[in-house]
Design a protein around this ligand. Structure first.
Ligand code: UGA
Length: 468
């Protein structure tokens, strides 16, 4: 990579911190920016403040050994001291479902102020998920206003959405399926293309060796698609909306299957997934999708469409089906256990998916709400997310937290499995015999139901038509 290249990354969430760390791991001097002093101090010690597989050793390596990554709260200084800035700050929802751009606006202002103080060409790349027209109408406008410079002439501007999944974010950043480059004019697009080609260059260095050994894949540059800024913004929403639609589709079908004796949604998903036009991924029926992205992004693009006089009926249904999945878990519990008032309910899994401690929009939150409204006593257990769950302003102290799976199950009336953590997959029917009544509602369909029936467990699963 060009010796002179220096990267600054605004935002140290999943996208920002990992993007910064990967550049740093390829030997590029990188500054990770955040307004939170504590987070900056943690990164500068070579540590992390959220759980993510393979992130901790990576941060340690780039901060303490290679010394190619440092974190800072001084945005203007860092932007001045780099020649490319990635905007990776959060874009949460406001109450009506529309996007909150306050952090994007603040960073754009910082970039503008920094650019006012430097003469060299600087490339700005928006990576945050932002509704169409944001890069051109908001980011560009604010930077121009505060720098007195012109986009496309004095500084470059691109939009390159990120597709990493939490829990696999390191892997997804090193081995992306494709790279999207939306650009304001050719020079910006070519610059970013060159930077990505160098970041993902196939070469026999430590970077390639380490990651190829961990993930058994070859580091190389994937297909790059170049397009307008607005197309790039839309690609991200189309991608997440399509994946959310696949999940709501299979959950809708699962609900139909539950009404037909002898039908199992997992076999249906396997069979339709073999049709290359469908593919097997994102067809796992369950307790619904959560996380910081799907619910937020589908709502944001719906809101955008409505503002532009289009009613996105399909996307409304995607959200509606997803809302219902949480309730479906309660219905299945009631079908087996009757009234839940005063009963001990063990919840296995609180995070929105395995391998993360992220509780944002986790189906567990809605399910806990329903259970509490029904007067149940909820005991939650999660291998990683209990600290986050305790901090959650909504569920926080409304439930009890079990130290172990055994403590959660002990004398429980019903167990709801909500997240498919690896340690839950190892559970055997006998592990549930310590319950007062061994009723297991498998919200992620991880168990072999026949084995559980044989051992006398009262098992019900999403999308399973067998009534035992
Ligand atoms: C999602 C996308 O997959 C990423 O490509 C995207 O970059 C990211 O949002 C984002 O916009 O930042 P993420 O939210 O980390 O990633 O998690 P996913 O693995 O997509 O899972 C989302 C939810 O869907 C989870 O609650 C998961 O349990 C659920 N899910 C997923 C299902 O219920 N069934 C499936 O078959 C797959």
């Amino acid at each position: 990579m060009e010796k002179s290249i220096k990267v600054s990354v605004a935002g140290t969430g999943y996208v920002g911190l990992i993007t910064a760390a990967i550049f740093a791991d390829r030997g590029i001097h990188t500054i990770a920016l955040d307004v939170d002093k504590e987070k900056v101090a943690i990164v500068n010690k070579g540590e992390t403040f959220f759980f993510e597989p393979n992130l901790e050793p990576l941060i340690k390596r780039v901060v303490l050994d290679k010394k190619t990554l440092r974190a800072s709260t001084d945005a203007i200084e860092a932007i001045k001291d780099s020649n490319i800035t990635f905007i990776c700050v959060g874009t949460p929802s406001i109450k009506d479902g529309s996007i909150d751009l306050q952090y994007v606006k603040q960073v754009s202002k910082d970039i503008g102020e920094a650019l006012a103080k430097k003469d060299e060409y600087h490339l700005v790349v928006a990576k945050s998920t932002i509704v169409p027209n944001t890069t051109r109408n908001i980011i560009k406008e604010i930077i121009e206003q505060h720098s007195g410079k012109i986009a496309g002439k004095d500084f470059g501007l691109c939009m390159s959405p990120e597709f990493l999944r939490e829990g696999q974010s390191v892997q997804d950043t090193i081995f992306p399926d494709r790279i999207i480059i939306g650009y304001i004019e050719e020079k910006s697009g070519l610059k970013l293309e060159e930077i990505f080609k160098q970041l993902y260059e196939e070469k026999d260095d430590d970077f390639s060796k380490i990651w190829e050994q961990i993930y058994h894949k070859k580091v190389n540059c994937p297909k790059i698609i170049k397009c307008s800024l607005e197309t790039a913004e839309c690609i991200k929403y189309a991608n997440n909306s399509f994946l959310a639609t696949k999940i709501s589709f299979i959950n809708e079908f699962a609900n139909i299957c539950e009404r037909i004796e002898g039908v199992d949604i997992n076999q249906i998903a396997e069979a339709i997934g073999l049709d290359f036009r469908i593919n097997p991924h994102f067809l796992r029926a369950g307790a619904g999708f959560g996380g910081s992205c799907f619910p937020k992004d589908v709502n944001a693009i719906m809101h955008f469409a409505e503002k532009h006089q289009y009613n996105p009926g399909l996307l409304h249904s995607v959200i509606k089906v997803n809302e219902h999945q949480a309730l479906r878990m309660i219905e299945l519990a009631e079908e087996k256990a009757g009234d839940l008032r005063g009963k001990k309910i063990a919840l296995l899994g609180l995070s929105f998916k395995p391998d993360t401690d992220d509780m944002r929009n986790a189906p567990s939150i809605k399910i806990i709400d329903y259970l509490i409204a029904k007067g149940a006593n909820v005991f939650g257990y999660d291998p990683e997310a209990m600290k986050e769950a305790k901090k959650d302003s909504w569920i926080g102290n409304k439930i009890s937290y079990a130290e172990t799976i055994k403590e959660a199950l002990d004398a429980a009336d019903v167990c709801l499995l909500l997240t498919e953590w690896a340690e839950f997959r190892k559970l055997q029917p006998t592990d549930f015999k310590i319950m007062k009544t061994p009723i297991l509602i498998d919200g992620r369909r991880i168990f072999d139901y026949k084995k559980f029936y044989e051992e006398g467990i009262q098992y019900a699963g999403i999308g399973l038509g067998n009534k035992k």
